[in-house]
Design a protein around this ligand. Structure first.
Ligand SMILES: [Zn+2]
Length: 372
């Protein structure tokens, strides 16, 4: 098997899992946050910088790479790792999420999804088999099945039909996978916000026996309390000896709450996206660097942070760069945000080791300013 999960311990206080995911491109300590590199680049970061901040795995997007520059070109270049000069692990999504987000630009049938490119309006068709073909060409360590991520809110009958098709598509994805010894294909549990449907989806997907499982269809606009409730009854269905991935979640509180509910892997564009808009996540909460209060603030972005940005630059300077629309603004704040989240996960792993993750949550939330 290309990817395996090694369990190290379970936190006696919270039930959270400490483990390692073994991949063809290195070992990942879990729980882990995975930075997103949509277009075969984590925006504003070089691979060397990602290594400096100890990123062990990044995510890339099948839909975007299929449209531009094309998966065949990336295969010709020697695969995605070589193409983007990243020799650590890569996870690719299936393109499903982007395709379904296109709204009027797409048409769903049992066979797959027909859609128009957001770039030039050209017509395309992605089926489960096509999503696997693209990911096989990209050569990612972890690939995802082609699924439908249903919107929130959605009717019970719609979600049921959709999850049953997602199961049929997951089976087709598995059958189409050409390199199971080199690339692991993860299944995705859907079922919206309905307990019976999450149970149905979990049973059907786990029955297909994938080397890892994701919880999809969360963080789509529902209140956080509802997301936690869905996780509460979904993760107990998931096998303990396989990695568990919560898709599209990346605020510090959601990461910690997800870990407490048994999740090992997370990804989100949030830390990099808000960085480019001049917002930092810090140990004492959000800092919106463009705000006037930082004009003469010569403290680091986060005085408790050891990252390159915080060791060398002041809030006043970062504010100036942002206001002057300098490229370095995006680079420095992105660097900090990713360092910060990767460091939070390091602290989470330490807390699991010491059986004190609930205490850690309390301390962290107090400092960050989250309601408890
Ligand atoms: Zn920092």
């Amino acid at each position: 098997m290309a990817v395996t999960y090694e369990s190290i311990k379970v936190c006696k206080q919270s039930g959270a899992r400490l483990g390692r995911v073994h991949t063809p491109h290195g070992v990942i300590d879990t729980p882990v946050f995975m930075p997103v590199g949509t277009q075969a680049t984590v925006k504003a970061m070089t691979p060397e910088e990602l290594k400096e901040i100890e990123a062990k795995i990044i995510l890339s997007n099948t839909y975007h790479l299929y449209l531009r520059p094309g998966h065949k070109l990336i295969e010709k270049a020697g695969g995605l790792h070589k193409f983007m000069n990243w020799d650590r692990a890569i996870l690719t999504d299936s393109g499903g999420f982007q395709v379904f987000s296109l709204g009027d630009l797409r048409k769903i049938t049992e066979e797959g999804v027909e859609f128009r490119s957001h770039l030039d309006g050209s017509k395309h068709f992605i089926s489960p088999e096509k999503a696997i073909e693209i990911q096989n060409s990209l050569g990612s360590d972890i690939m995802m099945v082609f699924d439908e991520c249903v919107p929130y809110p959605a009717e019970h009958s719609y979600v049921k039909n959709s999850l049953e098709r997602t199961t049929r598509w997951a089976k087709r994805c598995k059958d189409a996978h050409r390199k199971p010894d080199q690339q692991a294909l993860f299944g995705i549990i859907q079922g919206g916000m309905y307990k019976d449907l999450r149970e149905q989806s979990a049973k059907e997907i786990i029955e297909l026996d994938f080397p890892g499982y994701a919880v999809g269809g969360l963080s789509v606009g529902e209140p956080k309390s509802l997301m936690y409730e869905v996780l509460d009854y979904t993760t107990p269905w998931m096998p303990a000896d396989k990695p568990r991935y919560l898709m599209g979640v990346g605020t510090p509180d959601c990461l910690i709450e997800g870990v407490i509910r048994g999740i090992d892997m997370f990804d989100c564009v949030l830390p990099t996206r808000i960085a480019r808009n001049g917002t930092a996540m810090t140990s004492v909460g959000k800092v919106v660097i463009k705000n006037a209060q930082y004009v003469e603030d010569f403290l680091p972005l986060d005085p408790n942070c050891q990252c390159y940005t915080c060791k060398n630059y002041s809030r006043a300077y970062l504010r100036h760069l942002y206001k002057a629309q300098e490229i370095l603004s995006a680079r420095l704040v992105t660097y900090h945000n990713l360092y910060f989240l990767i460091d939070v996960m390091k602290q989470v792993r330490e807390a699991i080791k010491k059986d004190r993750l609930l205490d850690f949550r309390k301390e962290f939330f107090q400092k960050y300013g989250y309601e408890q």
